[in-house]
Design a protein around this ligand. Structure first.
Ligand code: FES
Ligand SMILES: [Fe+2]
Length: 319
C-alpha cells in the first residue's frame, strides 16, 4: 500500500495557539506533530509546551494538571515540573527524580502567535521567525482570523503558492498573478509577483509577495488597491492532517467601516479559496515525479527547498 504522502513530519517553528487562548495559570491539552501535548502558561504569563504524559506513571498533564507559580503539577500524584521539564518536587519524597524529565519544546510569543519549535531529534532552533513590523501598529487593523483542519500535509498546501496554473481552474481567477522571481535562502523563500486588478476605471497593477520562514509560517503581502498582510500558519497534527490558520491585517482607512469591509472581503476570498482547494488537497497524492509543462511554476525548486525540513529518512519511490 502506498501512502498519499511519503514524508515524515517536518521540523521548524509552528503556531500552536494564540496568546489569548490561555490566561496565566491555565493549562490545555493539544495534539500536534502526532504527539499528545500540554500547553500551559505560568504565573508570569510565559507559555510552555511539553509532552503530555507524565514521566512518573503516564498521566496526561493537560487533563487536570495545575499551574503552581512557574511549575506544572501532575493531577495523578502531585509531582511538579518546571518550564524546562525538570522534576522539581515529589510531594511524598525528600528527593526529586532527575531522570523524570518532560520533553519540552522551545516556545515563543511573537507577532500575536504562540509558536513552538519541533524537531524529531530535539535539535535546537535553526532559524528565527522575524518580527513583523505592521503587527500591532495603530495604522493596521487587528487580525481577522480563520482556521481549518485539512486532511493533507503542510507541504502540499504550500505547493499551491508556486502553482499559478491552478488558480484559473480551481479558483476561477481570470487574472492570475505573474511571477517575477522565486528565490530560496536557507530556511526562507521569497516569491515576488505582479497582479492585475480589473477596476471600473481600467486595469490597476498590484503586487502579491510571499515570504516563507520554514515549513509552517508564511507572510503574504498584498499591495496596489489596498495594503494587506496575511500570515498563514500550518501546523501538522499528524501524518496527514494539518491545522491551517489565516490571519489578515489591513492598513486602516480613515473610515472604520471601510477598513472592516475591505478586511471582510479578503477573508471571504481566502475562505472561498480554501473551500475550493480542499477537495483537491484531501484527495490528491504526492507524485515524486510529476509530468510538468514548461509553463508550470517552480514546483521542483520549491520541493527541493522544502525537503531540507525533513530530518528523518523517507522514500519517495517513483510516480
Ligand atoms: S503520573 Fe504524574 S505524578 Fe504520577
Ligand atoms: Fe489554491
Amino acid at each position: 500500500m502506498t501512502r498519499r504522502f511519503p514524508f515524515p513530519i517536518p521540523f521548524g517553528w509552528f503556531q500552536v495557539a494564540y496568546p489569548e487562548d490561555l490566561e496565566p495559570g491555565e493549562v490545555t491539552a493539544l495534539k500536534y506533530w502526532a504527539r499528545e501535548l500540554v500547553l500551559w502558561r505560568d504565573h508570569d504569563g510565559a507559555f510552555h509546551l511539553q509532552d503530555a504524559y507524565c514521566p512518573h506513571l503516564g498521566a496526561h498533564l493537560g487533563v487536570g494538571g495545575k499551574v503552581d507559580g512557574a511549575q506544572l503539577e501532575c493531577p495523578f500524584h502531585g509531582w511538579k515540573f518546571d518550564g524546562d521539564g525538570a522534576c522539581t518536587n515529589i510531594p511524598y519524597s525528600q528527593r526529586t527524580n532527575k531522570r523524570a524529565r518532560v520533553r519540552t519544546y522551545p516556545t515563543i510569543e511573537r507577532n500575536g502567535f504562540v509558536l513552538a519549535w519541533y524537531h524529531p531529534h530535539e535539535e535546537p532552533p535553526q532559524w528565527d521567525i522575524p518580527l513583523i513590523p505592521e503587527v500591532g501598529k495603530p495604522e493596521w487593523s487587528d487580525y481577522y482570523k480563520s482556521a481549518y483542519i485539512i486532511r493533507t500535509i503542510p507541504q502540499e498546501m504550500s505547493e499551491n503558492g508556486v502553482d499559478p496554473a491552478h488558480f484559473r481552474f480551481v479558483h476561477g481567477t481570470d487574472e492570475v498573478a505573474q511571477m517575477e522571481s522565486y528565490n530560496t535562502d536557507g530556511a526562507c523563500s521569497e516569491m515576488l509577483s505582479k497582479q492585475a486588478y480589473v477596476t471600473p476605471r481600467g486595469v490597476t497593477w498590484g503586487r502579491i509577495d510571499v515570504w516563507n520562514h520554514g515549513p509552517g509560517f508564511s507572510r503574504i503581502w498584498f499591495s496596489g488597491i489596498v495594503d494587506a498582510l496575511n500570515i498563514a500558519t500550518t501546523t501538522p497534527i499528524d501524518h496527514d492532517h494539518t491545522h491551517i490558520r489565516f490571519n489578515f491585517a489591513v492598513r486602516k482607512f480613515d473610515d472604520e467601516k471601510m477598513t472592516s469591509s475591505v478586511a471582510d472581503a479578503f477573508v471571504k476570498e481566502i475562505n472561498k479559496q480554501v473551500q475550493e482547494d480542499t477537495p483537491i488537497w484531501e484527495n490528491k497524492r504526492f507524485l515524486p515525479v510529476p509530468a510538468l509543462s514548461d509553463s508550470d511554476g517552480p514546483i521542483i525548486k520549491f520541493r527541493k527547498w522544502y525537503s531540507q525540513f525533513y530530518a528523518e529518512p523517507y522514500e519517495v519511490g517513483v510516480g
